[in-house]
Design a protein around this ligand. Structure first.
Ligand code: TMP
Length: 206
């Protein structure tokens, strides 16, 4: 018998919004509910993807190169990790996916969204996340959290407040356009309050 396809869940937010803080807890809750789960991240998730991640987070490059490398890593991630896992009935929890390209390369860097849409259709048009948890936090608060947690900011984390305002606006616009897929989590609350909301969302999908 063919296994029931697993669900694909992604986490998104500006750097410092706290999604990584909640990742392990979300994974633990899904596993407790009996889901076979694979946890992964972008850019990365494969040996080649992790090598591309190192370049993307450190080397200055043209915005189109940056976007193409994000999708090159994603192509590899989809064919070697995400699709095979979903096809076997495993659930996949990815720390970032294509919404991040729309937010960072589109919103942040100003690459036209229709260019990103072409690559999205090419690389994974028929596969979209079943659920995206978008952690929303003001840029000021996110930058304060980042400055206390990061001693060596990467190429994206070094960007200024204006960049992150554009990233946040792009995320919020996507969430408003796709409310059935993207759940907006107000991250400006205590960890316990955020967990309570996450628990409700998780119980609604499994
Ligand atoms: P992380 O800090 O959440 O691990 O993500 C690494 C950085 O990569 C983060 O600053 C956002 C950036 N990024 C993009 O700019 N575009 C993308 O498509 C992805 C997946 C990440």
């Amino acid at each position: 018998m063919t296994p029931v396809r697993g669900k694909f869940i992604t986490l998104e937010g500006v750097d410092g919004a706290g999604k990584s803080t909640h990742l392990d807890w979300i994974a633990e809750r899904l596993r407790t509910r009996g889901r076979d789960l694979l946890v992964t991240r972008e850019p990365g998730g494969t040996p080649l993807g992790e090598s591309l991640r190192k370049l993307l987070l450190s080397e200055p490059m043209h915005i189109e190169t940056e976007t193409l490398l994000m999708f090159a890593a994603r192509r590899e991630h989809l064919s070697r990790v995400i699709r095979p896992a979903l096809d076997q009935g495993c659930w996949v929890l990815s720390d970032r996916f294509t919404d991040a390209t729309y937010a960072y390369q589109g919103g942040g860097r100003g690459l036209p969204f229709d260019r990103i849409a072409v690559l999205e259709r090419w690389v994974h048009g028929d596969l979209q996340p079943d659920l995206t948890l978008y952690f929303d936090l003001s840029v000021d608060a996110a930058r304060k959290r980042l400055s206390t947690s990061q001693s060596h900011p990467d190429r994206f984390e070094q960007e200024g407040a204006d960049f992150f305002e554009r990233v946040r606006s792009a995320y919020r616009a996507r969430a408003a356009a796709e409310p059935e897929r993207i759940a907006v989590i107000d991250a400006d609350r205590s960890l316990d309050d955020v967990k309570k909301e996450l628990e409700v969302i998780i119980s609604s999908i499994c």
